[in-house]
Ligand binder design. Sequence first.
Ligand SMILES: Cc1cc2nc3c(=O)[nH]c(=O)nc-3n(C[C@H](O)[C@H](O)[C@H](O)COP(=O)(O)O)c2cc1C
Length: 325
Amino acid sequence: MLNSLFSSGSKIVVSAPMAGYSDSIFRRFAKKFGADLTFTEMISAEGFLRGNDKTMELLRFSGDETPIAVQFFSGVSDAIFMAAERISGMSFCVFDINMGCSVRKVMKHGAGAALLKNLDNAEKIVIAAMRAKMPVSVKIRSGFSSEDEWEQILNFLKRAEEIGISFVTLHPRTAAQKFTGKANWHLIAEVVHSLKIPVIASGDIFSIDDVAKIVELTDAAGVMLARGAISNFQLFSQTKQLFDGVNIDEIGKISLAERAETILDFVAEEVEVRGEARAIRWCRKFFIPLLAGFPGARQMRGKVSHIEKFAQLKNELFVPLMKIF
Ligand SMILES: Cc1cc2nc3c(=O)[nH]c(=O)nc-3n(C[C@H](O)[C@H](O)[C@H](O)COP(=O)(O)O)c2cc1C
């Protein structure tokens, strides 16, 4: 499955792991709009091994989200091995290891970005995952506190390639940067030149122009859409067209009305699965980027937090919005 994905000769577009966003319905929409590969959000290996309900919920997916990668975090190689072994019986196409999350509750257990400070343990974790005999990948940042660590990160990735990982995703910001500053795409180009396995580019891809620029600069095997795809599933279809050889000038511009209409469909599906009250609360965060840049955004944003019913959302927010654009 994974091999055919990368051997198609075309670059691929990937739907990012995003905690609190990339649920089953998000992935289905991403796929419908053109994603070649989707990701679950990060999952605790320990939580999974304990059979924690919420964790098990994160593992649920349907056929219209595939091929799908599952992402785990842990600082303990035994936990990673046991999680990967259990996962290998499910239909995920790759077991991805998170080496970038800088949230305290993840790092305090030596997982996520904490592995960037302990690359020997990161290597043990990769070896442990590989023992489970399923494809393994790594998603990583460019360093923990400074780009001075980059050389060590690159050496680690070379070792991970030798151990046998299938691909790597690089978000070239340090963990200390979180989401500030700009992603240093030049580092992606460096990994592409240094490794033989496919490299997926992540970081600051918000438009089709960004996609064109990042692939030109890095020649990565694919791009991962994250914040740029929140409330803009059409970025998947634009990217797919570009990778299928359509000239960028011929790729249709996406109106806010189109995006809004798709988000409304998305909310409707969330309502079916989560129930109205929970779904509307869950989806509120998707409306903010949709409203960004719109002159009345502040007032509209204020409205969002009071909306509780789907009909109200449609009539008070989306219908006026779609008329404007
Ligand atoms: C809300 C949010 C949640 C995220 N959750 C995860 C996650 O669970 N695992 C992970 O590896 N990266 C996670 N990321 C990082 C993204 O996958 C991506 O690498 C990063 O946002 C850079 O891409 P962007 O600048 O295009 O957003 C998350 C990012 C955001 C904004």
